[in-house]
Design a protein around this ligand. Structure first.
Ligand code: IMP
Length: 429
């Protein structure tokens, strides 16, 4: 697999980092291509638990290079903090294993501020919040597209940064004072703060598109690590309750400078049930005690914000759509062990809308909010799955659950996650 992309098939938190960790032996370079510190990836190694936001989780492996590519929005304060934390835990982080695209956009302090103020204002005015992570992601991408952003490479030109900050704040300060009733930001203070990270980041800066294309030509194996999930993609997700980047497979090409013709394989990561953080429609959501029980069993709390995740049954309509949009060749089904002990399981096989059955995920948000899931009810199992490493050793009901999902989505399930441990994974075919 010279170049593979892994993509979340739901609303994020599908367990991508764990699958990536399991594939590590087959990878030389791990590439983050979109998003920023809104992502939260957790990997458990022995007794140690690592939470990543910006640094690709591949950093835990020796002899791998991690790349934060041009499609990402990088909060320098957060990146420097993560690097220092990793170094503090004895993990080497330097130019030999972490490269930062010169073309990536910076998340500025005012992006984080506006993200948080805008959400707060919506709440105060009785409007629906998006439920963002507050990490400045949306405002940073807005500035990128408005051509008002500041890029990583600009950190090497203090005068240019100063000018850009002055320009941006000349527009933003009136908004801060008049609309948000906040104090103005001082351009010199913001400039000084942002430039204070330049020294730490300069050694990692690179033309990562050139690096990745050369690596491919040299026969290196690349893995593109999508953050968030398909239903949070700004084009294909439940807009406007989405993140501000393309988290689908297509984003890997624009977000890295590697041609889509060279990204040969796509692996979809899908949880054995569904979760969502933040606002927005969620057809198979379980409310009340049932949802709470699944949340506790699955440890479904956000890595970035600590917010409880909304939980629900597996939704084959959503996953079929996601599999199509990213053209996935295979799936990794994660956290099936969490379903142990459920007497019966429900799988959403289609939706009903105004009395009609539909099997496509609708574009119209109003429709997604009002669809009625059509469920198949299947038996559960009682056995612990954590030590099982072969599909045939799974309880028959668990095998049937996997096969039914495979059939409904129409994509082979190649990996099955059966526990928290690094090796708690079944490989099929
Ligand atoms: P933002 O990306 O912070 O702007 O948040 C937009 C939406 O995406 C919100 O519903 C967030 O909860 C969600 N979101 C962003 N990053 C993640 C993630 O890594 N996992 C799950 N949800 C996420």
């Amino acid at each position: 697999m010279p170049a593979t992309v892994i993509v979340g098939m739901q609303w994020g938190d599908e367990g991508k980092a764990k699958v990536l960790d399991a594939l590590a032996a087959e990878i030389d370079i791990v590439v983050r291509y979109q998003g920023g510190a809104n992502a939260g990836h957790t990997v458990v190694v022995g007794q140690e638990r690592y939470a990543f936001h910006l640094v690709p989780s591949g950093i835990l492996h020796e002899n791998k290079v991690c790349v934060i590519a041009n499609g990402c929005v990088v909060d320098p304060q957060q990146l420097v903090k993560e690097i220092e934390e990793l170094r503090g835990r004895g993990i080497k982080v330097d130019r030999t294993n972490l490269l930062l695209s010169e073309r990536a956009q910076l998340v500025m302090p005012y992006h984080k501020l506006v993200d948080q103020l805008s959400e707060k204002r919506k709440e105060e005015h009785g409007q629906k919040k998006i439920g963002t992570t507050g990490r400045g992601i949306g405002p940073a991408y807005v500035d990128k597209v408005a051509r008002a952003g500041i890029r990583v490479v600009d950190l090497l030109r203090p005068d240019f940064v100063k000018l850009r900050v002055q320009q941006r704040l000349s527009e933003l300060n009136p908004l801060l004072t008049a609309v948000y009733k906040e104090k103005e930001l001082d351009a010199d203070t913001v400039t000084r703060e942002i430039l204070s990270y330049a020294g730490a980041l300069k050694p990692l800066m690179a033309d990562t598109a050139a690096y990745l294309n050369k690596a491919l030509a040299d026969g290196k194996r690349l893995l593109f690590e999508g953050a968030q999930g398909t239903l949070l993609d700004v084009d294909h997700g439940t807009y406007p309750y989405v993140t501000s980047s393309n988290s689908t497979a297509g984003g890997a090409a624009t977000g890295s400078g590697v041609s889509p013709r060279k990204i040969e394989t796509a692996l979809g990561i899908v949880k054995a049930y569904t979760t969502r953080v933040g606002a927005g429609p969620f057809p198979t959501e379980m409310h009340g005690d049932a949802g709470e029980a699944l949340r506790q069993k699955g440890g479904e709390f956000g890595v970035t914000t600590g917010r409880p995740r909304r939980c629900g049954w597996f939704d084959a309509v959503c996953v079929r759509y996601a599999a199509e949009v990213s053209g996935v060749d295979a799936l990794a089904l994660t956290k099936i062990d969490v379903l142990t002990g459920e007497k019966e399981l429900k799988i959403c096989t289609g939706y009903k809308l105004n009395g009609e059955t539909i099997d496509r995920f609708p574009a119209d948000l109003h429709a997604v909010e009002h669809v009625e899931p059509v469920y198949a009810t299947v038996p559960g199992w009682e056995e612990s799955l954590a030590d099982i490493r072969a599909f045939e050793d799974l309880p028959p009901a668990a095998q049937a659950y996997v096969l039914q999902i495979e059939g409904l989505v129409g994509t082979p399930i190649r990996y099955i996650g059966v526990g928290k441990a690094r090796d708690a994974l079944i490989r099929r075919g």
